[in-house]
Design a protein around this ligand. Structure first.
Ligand code: PLP
Length: 452
């Protein structure tokens, strides 16, 4: 920080402040974590100055020998950790990983039947006339993903994201009675809609997904099964999600972020079968800018960490902590989507406290609890105000908090929500009893101080 301060002291100061803020609050955002010092340090070095478009051994720039080594290492750790045929570690984020997956599935499909017909084997060999034919073929392509309010992500075919413009989109939701994915309804929808891509995965679904069932449905309708495991990659890595609940043996293509439960640097990654490897490897320059070698170095470090036995213990604790949190919330009368959790996140329907998600998020923050508002299925308040609060345990588990601590965090959350009142008809304004805010903030500080 001293070196940075010599150039722009305000940047040094705000980095220090961010550390202080993250240290002193209870971080319950389900998509956040604390990367290790080794991961952070691997990102701040001279690799940042290197260009390396292409893939290891086949670069468009000279002197990429060290980038080749680091990219090969990251890919090797990813393949070994997840048991994947192929790993592409260049995507800069989860959205980028999904873009790579979409375009490679499209390219792969078009290359196989449509281009074989046109006598063309490889996208690189396409003429303008071929591209025109390709665009017409792609115009009909469909994607079936989880609906936003049931916990899907924007990149799963929704309007604000390019995926909603690339594909004709349809979505599957959850059973209104149980909150769980209704696989029979999903199968019926897939039969009717005939998607090119069946997309499984979520940002806010507190249960395991049956990927074996998803595979059967994809096969039945001739779809490519794409799984976005951005949220739960750490639980797959830690072997908490195995068998039918491990996406890798079932999916054609798997995308992920590396910074959520996987606890690596900010970034993305694509895993796939041999069949999809050539088209996935075209991610850069197809849709990505040059790779960030310093982040690939950090991915290699994080993946090496995730292969250690301690990481499996961590992943188990993440789930045990989420269950302890959910159990206590239920005991205190909170309404939980699906009635509980079996992964790393809990979704509280704060309509039960007469609040919007926006009010609950702000009141909890006043008391030192960092959460984020989220839609619940059939949300009456829409995606901006919402009726839910999403809670996750990856970050607090990294700090070393255990089940008893998370049960207490459940108490603190209910204490705050039950002491918060909506101000008139506003979906934004609220009143939180100051004495409760103060008491909870003091206890939150004690909890984090005990786990520095
Ligand atoms: N996919 C899912 C399921 C996510 O939850 C997210 C992030 O919230 C993303 C993709 C996008 O990741 P990023 O923010 O790294 O682009």
């Amino acid at each position: 920080l001293d070196v940075i301060a010599q150039v722009e002291p305000r940047v040094a100061a705000v980095i220090g402040q961010e550390l202080a803020d993250q240290r002193s609050s209870l971080k319950l955002i389900a998509s956040e974590n604390y990367a290790s010092p080794a991961v952070l340090l691997a990102m701040g070095n001279w690799f940042s100055d290197k260009y390396a478009e292409g893939t290891p051994g086949r670069r468009f720039y000279a002197a990429c020998q060290n980038v080749d080594t680091v990219e090969r290492l990251a890919a090797e750790h990813a393949r070994e950790l997840f048991g994947a045929d192929h790993a592409y570690v260049q995507p800069h984020s989860g959205i980028d990983a999904n873009l790579v997956a979409f375009w490679s599935i499209l390219a792969h499909r078009v290359e196989s039947p449509a281009l074989a017909e046109a006598g063309v084997k490889n996208v690189d060999a396409l003429t303008d006339a071929d591209w025109a034919q390709l665009r017409r073929a792609l115009g009909d392509q469909r994607m079936l993903g989880m609906s936003l309010d049931a916990g899907g992500h924007l990149t799963h075919g929704f309007r604000p994201n390019i995926s909603g413009k690339m594909f004709e989109q349809s979505s599957y939701g959850t059973d209104p009675a149980t909150g769980l994915i209704d696989y029979a309804a999903l199968r019926a929808r897939a039969r009717e809609f005939r998607p090119l891509i069946l997309l499984a995965g979520y940002s806010a679904y507190p249960r395991r997904v049956d990927f074996a069932a998803m595979r059967e449905i994809a096969d039945e309708v001739g779809a490519t099964l794409l799984v976005d495991m951005a949220h739960f990659a750490g639980l797959v890595a830690g072997k908490v999600l195995t068998g039918d609940f491990d996406p890798v043996p079932h999916a054609d293509v798997v995308t992920t972020t590396t910074h959520k439960s996987l606890r690596g640097p900010r970034g993305g990654m694509v895993l796939c079968t041999e069949e999809y490897a050539p088209s996935v490897d075209r991610g850069c320059p197809m849709v990505l800018g040059g790779p960030l070698p310093q982040v690939m170095a950090a991915k290699a470090v994080a993946l090496a960490e995730a292969r250690r036995p301690e990481f499996a213990t961590y992943a188990e604790q993440v789930v045990a902590n989420a269950r302890a949190l959910a159990d206590q919330l239920l005991r205190r009368g909170a309404r939980l989507v699906t009635g509980g959790t079996d992964n790393h996140l809990v979704l509280v329907d704060v309509g039960g406290f007469g609040l919007t998600g926006r009010q609950a998020e702000a009141a909890l923050l006043d008391a030192g609890l960092v959460t984020n508002r989220n839609t619940v299925p059939a949300d009456p308040n829409g995606p901006w105000y919402t009726s839910g609060i999403r809670l996750g345990t990856p970050a607090l588990t990294t700090r070393g908090l255990g089940e008893a601590d998370l049960a207490e965090v459940g108490d603190l959350i209910v204490d705050v929500l039950a002491s918060t009142q909506s101000d008139g008809d506003s979906k934004v304004r609220y009143r939180l009893e100051p004495a409760v805010a103060e008491r909870v903030r003091a206890r939150a500080t004690e909890l984090v101080d005990a786990h520095p």
